[in-house]
Design a protein around this ligand. Structure first.
Ligand code: 5RP
Length: 225
């Protein structure tokens, strides 16, 4: 049976048209989209991709997708990415895979950001999933202490007993805020802490959510003002 992740991801690729610059997300859901784009490219679709991680870069190259970077463009037509949590206002927590910094740059440069998720990712309130905060390794203990004082119940992310390193050579501190009532305020506080490079709150960036529930698709677009 096709998984919800695969159904959502492959549906999103229907929004890609010839000539587009496409942001390629990271994670198990986004991977389905990258693989589907690979198939479309092999059938004649012409696009250029910008990957959000080394893992995605390697998958895209294996799939034969042409890649570019920001030296060649200032904008991206469409990005397809996953999320760890998404609420009804299309605000999200991302960064479970540790790619939040590039993901946020790519999302911010995108005219359209389609978020593809399986049904359990839709939540009433953000915050149950630990919020990834990317920090510089120098003085991380000081940054950690500040995150603790902010009520983040921080945890240094480890990999085989050593600090997990992002593609950018930084550490990740996962914070459990439980219920994030005011995401904008929290993001401001986080960004003011010395050593914090980026956080996994993605507010106001998603333009369309494609959620698969069983074999059904639920689509939600950002309210247009
Ligand atoms: C990586 C991410 C991913 O999009 C998020 O963790 C979802 O992953 P998955 O699709 O594997 O559940 O933000 O940094």
């Amino acid at each position: 049976m096709t998984s919800e992740k695969q159904i959502a991801a492959e549906t999103a690729t229907e929004y890609i048209t010839d000539g587009m610059i496409v942001g390629l997300g990271t994670g198990s859901t986004a991977e389905f989209a990258v693989k589907k784009i690979g198939k479309l490219v092999r059938s004649g679709l012409s696009i250029r991709g910008i990957p959000t991680s080394e893992i995605t870069r390697n998958i895209a190259l294996e799939e034969g997708i042409s890649l570019i970077d920001f030296s060649e463009t200032m904008y991206i037509d469409l990005t397809i990415d996953g999320a760890d949590e998404i609420d009804n206002n299309l605000n999200m927590i991302k960064g479970g895979g540790g790619a939040l910094l590039k993901e946020k740059i790519v999302a911010s440069a995108s005219k359209e950001l389609i978020i593809v998720v399986s049904s359990e990712k839709l939540v009433e309130n953000l915050g149950n999933f630990p919020l990834a905060v990317e920090v510089i390794s120098f003085g991380w203990e000081f940054t950690f202490n500040n995150l603790e004082r902010l009520g983040g119940n921080p945890n240094l992310r480890l990999h085989h007993g050593k600090p997990f390193l992002t593609d950018n050579g930084n550490f990740i501190i996962d914070c459990k805020f439980n219920e994030i009532k005011d995401g904008i305020k929290l993001e401001q506080h986080l960004n003011m802490i010395p050593g914090v490079i980026e956080n996994g709150l993605f507010l106001g960036l998603c333009s369309r959510m494609i959620l698969a529930k069983g074999d059904k698709i639920i689509m939600k677009e950002k309210n247009k003002i």
